[in-house]
Design a protein around this ligand. Sequence first.
Ligand SMILES: [Zn+2]
Length: 378
Amino acid sequence: MAGTDDKNTKTLREVWRRAENALCADCEKPDPDWASYTLGVFICLNCSGIHRNIPNISKVKSLRMDHWDEVQVQFLEQHGNAVAKATYEAHIPIYYYQPTYADCQALREQWIRAKYERKEFTEPGRELPYSNGLKEGILWKRGRDNGQFLPRRFLLSEREGCLKYFAKPDAKEPKINIKIDTINATFQPVKIRNPNGLQISYLKDNKTRNIFLYHEDGKEIVDWFNAIRAVQFHYLKVAFPIAGDSEIKSRLMQNFLKEGYMEKTGPKQREAFKKRWFTLDRRRLMYFKDPLDAFAKGEVFVGSRKQGYSVNPGLPPGTQGSFSWQYGLTIVTPDREYLFTCETESDQQDWIVAFSQVIEQPMTPQEYAIEAYFKLSS
Ligand SMILES: [Zn+2]
């Protein structure tokens, strides 16, 4: 049977090499080397691990190491990533967040389960747990002072355009009422030390505040995440009636561009540098004493090159403040220079890339308004 085997292997390689199968069907990682022979998709090693958890739906094998029989190869030949996409991703709501390999496990797992197990996107107009503009339930919220997580009742309402939470289950008045258009939600499993950890950042009086949440159930926290995106999308549709769907989508909440520790000095540039946690959220650079602080200690607006903003490697000559990290970088704004140091050269490079990304982009009218607000309040 060597002849059949050879032919089989040859066919498998040909199908595998098709352009449509060059990226993982689920997370877009290049060069997938696993496949599901019940769904007919080519996937990466990481996603194959998630598929293994839904064995009634998906059966996976390594394309390099496992033996493939003729029926399985034929199935792959007749399906593949494009066919699967046309079926399982036919009707994804525009606001739904489609994770990539850079995203956390909870997001990737629920995306895979939503597609193949729950078949959320195979038919148009399906009522989904995050699609009707209203969500209520208990989430564990980190206490600002003691860092303890406690159950809190949350309510998301499209009609009211807000997300609120209540300190007591039967409370009438919310502890906090967050306007939907000021929210940014990002999964932060490492920082929160929970695989389903979600950070919600929002603005109050143009200052950033953070709350840290989780839910034991991965599906529930990802549903909350997409429910917030849905409400935000519909809110922005009303606020900007002439904007197209893809433009609205680009204004929806986004992952932070970069986070991590740097050292910074004060405005006189003579003070000793202090280690702080920095978050770059679009054009907003915030710093915190601790990554889980509720309030930023300070915020800097990062505009565009045309408006006089730039980022340079190194510190200006004659910098006086003492610092322990050697890899400096300087952000120049129309008003002053901000001096930072990074622990490693690769970290310095990553920050420069992140800042450049923002600076090289022209500012939108909304961003001019934010810049003006920053100038007013500084
Ligand atoms: Zn993948």
